[in-house]
Ligand binder design. Structure first.
Ligand code: T3D
Length: 264
């Protein structure tokens, strides 16, 4: 099933939902309309109990070039409030992606710049086409990295690399992203779509409840000390241990076959 919006497209096939940013002429720059449509599409995905993996990607040669700069009237600086834009749009989006109830994949098919790069960082898994790159482009236009970039990046690559990426605002090629642990895997451009589909299918057939609890535990680990994290693992495992998927996983193991997880 495909839902066409003005700025994005939502495709649902089996257990995998794909949101395609679709403003290729602007390299999928994010407009106010894009935000509105993303909210609606994410609601649809969350409400569809068959969906067990979300892929976010871009149409054409780019993943996403960040905020649509043509929407910003810089001639009257006193009236410009970018903080309000973050508060209303980017921050809720990043919070939502980071806590999304099913695994998320950013399929970075091409340039991911500014907030486009950081929206990718907010997804659970980043897969990149070999020709793609991430760019903390903000310094080039006199801005500060936003959309969670200053939170995710130092945790992923360490403070010094994060600083260098943000201050120089260079393009970071896919292979460097993989080496630094930002991207899970890089694929040749001609194999990319098939590899994304393969990875999405694996997650879409996985133990969704256990995945959700795993995400929550890993996200909480940065704020918890060891005793608090052990308590969280105990509580999560108690819940996972009562799931149908655990029962199926153990039975499949005993019967020497692959498990058929239902997600709960
Ligand atoms: O404002 C707020 O709400 C605060 C939040 C801010 C979050 C942000 O994301 S700020 C950062 C915004 N993004 C950028 O600064 C990146 C801007 N784009 C670029 O630097 C380059 O386009 C790329 C490095 C991504 C790719 O370069 P290249 O050479 O491959 O393509 P290009 O020729 O620059 O772009 C192609 C077209 O896309 C071009 O239009 P044209 O000339 O063919 O009509 C270009 O203007 C357009 N485009 C690219 N990025 C944006 C854009 N149009 C509007 N907004 C963009 N962000």
């Amino acid at each position: 099933m495909t839902t066409k919006y003005q700025n994005i497209r939502l495709e649902i096939a089996g257990s995998v939902a794909t949101i395609v940013l679709s403003r290729p002429k602007q390299l999928n720059a994010i407009s106010a309309g894009t935000h509105e449509e993303l909210r609606d599409a994410l609601d649809c995905v969350e409400n569809d109990k068959h969906v067990r993996c979300l892929v976010l990607t871009g149409e054409g040669r780019a993943f996403c070039s960040g905020q649509d700069l043509t929407e910003r009237n810089v001639s009257d600086r006193s009236k410009l409030d970018l903080g309000a834009s973050l508060e209303a749009n980017y921050n809720p989006l990043v919070r939502r992606l980071a806590a999304f109830p099913v695994p998320t994949i950013a399929a970075v098919n091409g340039p991911a710049a500014g907030a486009g790069a950081n929206i990718a960082l907010a997804c659970d898994i980043i897969l990149m086409a070999r020709s793609a790159y991430l760019q903390q482009a903000f310094a080039r236009i006199g801005l500060v990295p936003d959309a969670g970039g200053t939170w995710f990046l130092p945790r992923l690559v360490g403070l010094k690399l994060a600083l260098a990426m943000c201050l120089f605002a260079d393009r970071i090629p896919a292979e460097d992203c993989e080496r630094m642990g930002i991207a899970w895997k890089v694929f040749d451009d001609d194999l990319f779509a098939a590899e994304v589909a393969k990875h999405a299918a694996i997650l879409g057939a996985g133990p969704t409840l256990a995945y959700r609890l795993t995400k929550q535990a890993l996200m909480a680990s940065g704020m918890n000390d060891l005793p608090a994290q052990l308590d969280l693992e105990r509580d999560s495992q108690r819940q996972a241990g009562r799931s149908r998927d655990f029962m199926e996983g153990v039975m499949a193991f005993r019967e020497k076959r692959l498990p058929r997880f239902q997600g709960d």
